[in-house]
Design a protein around this ligand. Structure first.
Ligand code: AMP
Ligand code: MN
Ligand code: MN
Length: 328
């Protein structure tokens, strides 16, 4: 482990211009890892470009450095090193994948068990709660001095990827990392209110539609729902504005597996999967070309007809696997 981090540090030492890339459809851990690693590398004396090939959700714009994040359409200086954070496969970094194909040296820092080891040097450790917690260990090893902004940005990913210290990826090291970052100046209430208490009322209306579409299978152990493009358009929202509903489906007492699909554009939907204790949803996600963790994963579904029909195969697979487990 330490040897792996050390080899990443030596890649960093050799490079001057570093591009730090996160994944498309960025979540809190992605944004936090990109920004905090970039801030830390700049303190370490590097020229750094934070990069995410997607629109950053509006509630993150209150945080420092967000306006420095570039997408692929910005003129990005060709770097000597690409560091990819929180992404399990090359298709997850959008158009920045083209730079990997050019043969620019690359490093992956990730905590997904489904990681495909797609860079020259990969530090992948699913025992970490978040990529942000890995960034903290890396920057500490590099003796980077934290100010309050860096502590804040590093804290966000640990808080969000554990759903604010609730999920099974929480262990004592998570609380220790969070406590250390709070001591260094991160404000947990500012993070929680900026992320959790900034919903538009239209999101609640949309939630009403998502609730109307709920179906329950496998004797109550599988709940799913979906929203189509028209549902989002009705309230001038996009699928990026409506995250977290899959967690509400899982919160039903009898539910082991939850699925929520949102149609991003006609013929294309993002499918989110969650499980509560024993079901490995990452296997389902991988079977449909996606990835993730045992209890939280996802994939992109492409289809010609309508979303509900397109989902049938996935739903049938989950339902039958749950029935199998019941028999044993
Ligand atoms: P989400 O349901 O979008 O919150 O994603 C849950 C987890 O699955 C995250 O760890 C994502 O990195 C992973 N994931 C989501 N969508 C995909 C995808 N299309 N390909 C690979 N991994 C994904
Ligand atoms: Mn992520
Ligand atoms: Mn993550």
């Amino acid at each position: 482990m330490i040897r792996k981090i050390t080899s990443i540090v030596s890649c960093i030492q050799k490079a001057n211009d570093i591009l730090v890339v996160g994944h498309i459809m960025p979540d809190g851990d992605c944004i936090s890892s990109v920004v905090s690693l970039s801030m830390g590398l700049e303190k370490f004396g590097k020229r750094v470009t934070p990069a995410i090939d997607w629109k950053i959700p509006a509630n993150f714009t209150v945080f420092p450095w967000i306006d420095r994040i570039k997408d692929f359409s910005n003129d990005v200086v060709e770097p000597n090193l690409i560091i990819i954070v929180d992404a399990s496969s090359p298709d997850r970094i959008g158009r920045f994948e083209q730079l990997l194909r050019k043969g620019i040296p690359s490093v992956v820092i990730d905590h997904h068990a489904t990681n495909t080891f797609f860079a020259d040097d990969c530090w992948v450790d699913p025992s970490y709660s978040s990529a942000a917690q890995m960034v903290l260990d890396l920057l500490k090893l590099m003796d980077v001095e934290y100010d309050a902004d860096l502590a804040l940005m590093n804290y966000i990913g640990i808080a969000t990827d554990t759903s604010f210290f609730r999920y099974s990826n929480v262990d004592s090291s998570v609380f220790e990392a969070a406590a250390e970052l709070v001591r260094l100046g991160a404000d947990p209430t500012f993070v929680a209110t900026s992320i959790l208490e900034t919903r538009k009322i239209e999101e609640l209306f949309l939630e009403r539609d998502a609730i109307d579409n709920i179906k329950v299978l496998s004797n109550g152990r599988f709940a799913y729902s979906y929203l189509e493009l028209e549902d989002f358009e009705k309230y001038s929202l996009t699928e990026d504005d409506f995250v977290g509903f899959v967690g509400d489906l899982r919160s039903i007492k009898s539910v082991e597996v939850a699925l929520f699909a949102s149609e991003a554009s006609k013929g294309e939907a993002h499918v989110s999967l969650r499980s509560k204790s024993y079901f490995d949803v990452s296997k389902i996600a991988v079977a449909f070309g996606g990835g993730g963790h045992q209890k939280a994963s996802g994939f992109t579904l492409r289809y010609d007809d309508n979303l509900e029909d397109a989902l049938a195969e996935t739903i049938e697979m989950i339902d039958s696997q749950l029935q199998q487990k019941e028999k044993h």
